[in-house]
Design a protein around this ligand. Structure first.
Ligand code: MLC
Ligand code: AMP
Length: 504
């Protein structure tokens, strides 16, 4: 029996063969049978190009029907899908493609030349382009469609074979590729189906990007694994979201989605009345946002918790007490524990390091066995989040044991920005911190020490050249010296306090 997660998806595509499962407003509509057939055509064409099971396919492309078909084609061909944020710069992309040793990379035509130059390091690398409805990927797909050759093969995979690699940054050093298996994806979709009573009757309003776990493995997979239709928007845009909401039943989003909806007076009990479930995750949902949302719509947002390495671990209940400020009990099949500084499990109510265990936990970091070993204790994965567990089993995330900023649901590791800043002439040292931001939850402040007065505009351009736009600090401060404790460590907590009102 194959454990290729596509086989489970395909059962539902065939079961809903005549039903429109993917609707792109003002764009294409694809039925279950279209998704099955078109992914078979593309998988066949990619295999003809030489793609084999286990090969990495990296993709930095815009959201759309071809993105969904490509994802399915890669899964069914047994290759490993590596989605990349469309905001990443060429130098960020270079690292991912070479570290993962991609066999095939798909990107817009203006980025192709740069990636092709990486062939000196990865001789087997092939590059295809996708710009809206054109590019060499579309040519390949159209040619395969016309030729009429189609293999219905779903390449057999074992449970622990890789389905995807998703890069996550780290507090030290370079981003790490989280190896996610076919059984991880199946386990997560199954536990979420049960917890949220997701079914083919649900219509998913999909406004998240398709290059992170939230939009890909939580939202898209849940709909596909249940044969449920989805309305796919290119991005979160309140006008578009409100225009399709009366046809949808479930939406998943980061907290910024909900604060932006609340800022729109058209969003009310009536416009949200057809929705059965609003889900939030990827960053803390403020109690105030949860309460305002309840007052406006009569519905309580269901907050859940997860991460790239684990998929989803905890969720507030569908029925019962959805507690603002808590991420709820562990999902079915997930174990959690809270560990104190001495390594022992803490009594209920105390704050400690959150560790999780279950079928959903990833296989390890790509080519980093030592890093992997240091983040596991047996089967327990150390999340890096600080949490408490209540007497009745609800987890609350109270902070992070990692130097991480989460802005609009996107993770930003200060070290990455500090490395760029410290490389610039005249900069003696830097500290990057996250402080409250009304739209993004956290906003980035760069605090610098310079040999003389620093040219902040030049530093900002240096960051823009190397880093994706969402990682560029929005406030710049120069100090004589950074605050340090007696051990010489920079006291970022003091900087966070000092600049707490930067964006209010
Ligand atoms: C965009 N910008 C951001 C940003 N997104 N700045 C800070 N934080 C963000 N998240 C900046 C851009 O660089 C640009 O600035 C300007 O905002 C406009 O860009 P945009 O693309 O038009 O922005 P917008 O459409 O408003 O996007 C905001 C957003 C989006 C919140 C809708 O970021 C989003 O969809 N976030 C979801 C991320 C996500 O899927 N996270 C899940 C990770 S998985 P400039 O100056 O550069 O032009 C995970 C596990 C789990 O965490 O538990 O789910
Ligand atoms: P990522 O590495 O992008 O997968 O981000 C995972 C991190 O996002 C987790 O380790 C948490 O710090 C954070 N996170 C996800 N969901 C929540 C939530 N509901 N509340 C607080 N933090 C969250």
């Amino acid at each position: 029996m194959t454990h290729n997660v596509f086989a489970a998806i395909q059962t539902n595509l065939k079961h809903h063969a005549e039903r429109t499962l993917l609707t792109i407003p003002n764009g294409r509509q694809l039925t279950g049978s279209d998704l099955d057939r078109e992914s078979a055509i593309l998988a066949g064409a990619l295999m003809e190009l030489g793609l084999e099971a286990g090969d990495r396919v990296s993709a930095q492309i815009e959201k759309g029907w071809m993105n969904v078909v490509l994802y399915l084609a890669v899964l069914r061909s047994g290759a490993v899908y590596l989605p990349l944020n469309s905001a990443y710069t060429n130098s960020e992309i270079e690292y991912f493609v070479t570290d993962a040793e991609s066999k095939l990379h798909i990107c817009s035509s203006d980025r192709a030349e740069h990636v092709e130059s990486l062939r000196s390091q990865i001789p087997e690398l092939q590059v295809l382009t996708l710009d809206d409805e054109s590019g060499t990927l579309i040519d390949l797909f159209d040619a395969a469609k016309t030729s009429g050759h189609m293999s219905d093969e779903v390449v057999s995979r074992a449970a622990h074979d890789l389905a995807s690699i998703i890069y996550t940054s780290g507090t030290t050093g370079k981003p790490k590729g989280a190896m996610i298996t076919h059984s991880n994806l199946a386990a997560n979709a199954n536990m979420l189906t049960e917890a949220w009573a997701y079914s083919s009757d649900d219509v998913l309003l999909h406004a998240l990007p398709l290059f992170h776990v939230h939009g890909l493995f939580v939202a898209l997979n849940l709909a596909l694994m249940n044969g449920g239709p989805m309305i796919m928007l290119p991005k979160f845009d309140p006008d578009l979201v409100l225009s399709v909401m009366p046809s949808a039943t479930v939406m998943m989003g980061v907290p910024t989605f909900y604060t932006r909806l609340l800022a729109d007076s058209r969003f009310d009990r009536q416009s949200s009345g057809h929705m059965r479930l609003f889900i939030s995750g990827s960053a803390p949902l403020l109690v105030e946002t949860s309460d305002d949302f309840f007052d406006r719509t009569g519905q309580r947002i269901l907050e859940r918790y997860g991460m790239t390495e684990t998929g989803m671990s905890c969720s507030n209940p569908l029925h019962g007490d959805r507690r603002a400020g808590s991420v709820g009990p562990p999902l079915p099949g997930v174990d959690v524990r809270i560990i104190g500084e001495d390594g022992d499990e803490l009594p209920r109510g105390e704050i400690g390091a959150l560790e999780v265990k279950g079928e959903h936990v990833f296989k390890g970091y790509w080519k980093l066995p030592e890093k992997t070993a240091s983040e596991f204790k047996g089967d327990w994965f150390i999340t890096g989040d600080m949490a408490t567990l209540s007497e009745d089993g609800y987890v609350s995330i109270v902070g992070r044991d990692k130097d991480l900023i989460i802005s609009g649901g996107l993770n930003i590791y200060p070290k990455e920005i500090e490395d760029v800043l410290n490389d610039q002439g005249g900069v003696v040292e830097s500290a990057v911190v996250g402080v409250p931001h009304p739209d993004f939850g956290e906003g980035i402040v760069a605090v610098l020490v310079g040999e003389q007065e620093l040219d902040m505009a030049a530093l900002e351009s240096a960051c823009r050249e190397k880093l994706a736009g969402f990682k560029v600090p929005r406030r710049w401060v120069q100090l004589q010296a950074l605050p340090r404790n007696t051990m010489g460590k920079v006291q970022k907590n003091l900087l966070r306090d000092d600049y707490a009102n930067s964006f209010s």
